[in-house]
Design a protein around this ligand. Structure first.
Ligand SMILES: [Ca+2]
Ligand SMILES: [Ca+2]
Ligand SMILES: [Ca+2]
Length: 138
């Protein structure tokens, strides 16, 4: 008689090994595709600016822990480097309004859109700008 649990464990292990063997997409590719899946509301496999901004807006609210409607450096944390925060804060008041946040997001979106077709693929999200963008939307 076969121990079912053992069998299931074996199948699981085989699947795991096979996945590694076939050479699954690397971590960055997996992370990028999971972000695309989460943000891609119209399910066309790419992210347009409206989708990215919607995700960024929701993420802004999530990061904003206190009752004001801005993000300070503490709330943003490591998601934005010091100089990127400063560059994104043109009125230099030390906080980011949602508009300032959106402006940073839009700039990164454009920088990540390598082929300038107005949408981001999982691959474009893996670029430097793409990775910086994902930190602000997810
Ligand atoms: Ca889409
Ligand atoms: Ca500001
Ligand atoms: Ca593109």
């Amino acid at each position: 008689m076969i121990d079912r649990r053992l069998l299931i464990a074996k199948i699981g292990l085989c699947g795991f090994l096979a996945a590694n063997f076939i050479g699954f997409p690397d971590r960055a590719a997996l992370a990028a595709s999971s972000i695309v899946a989460a943000v891609d509301k119209d399910n066309d496999g790419t992210l347009d600016l409206a989708e990215v901004k919607e995700a960024a807006g929701a993420f802004f609210e999530k990061l904003n822990k206190d009752p004001d409607d801005t993000l300070d450096a503490k709330e943003v944390g490591a998601r934005l480097g010091k100089s990127a925060f400063k560059a994104g804060d043109p009125d230099d008041d030390g906080t980011l309004t949602k508009d300032e946040y959106f402006a940073i997001v839009e700039k990164l979106f454009k920088a990540a859109d390598a082929n300038k077709d107005g949408v981001l693929t999982g691959k474009e999200l893996q670029s430097k700008a793409g990775r910086a963008l994902t930190r602000l939307i997810h």
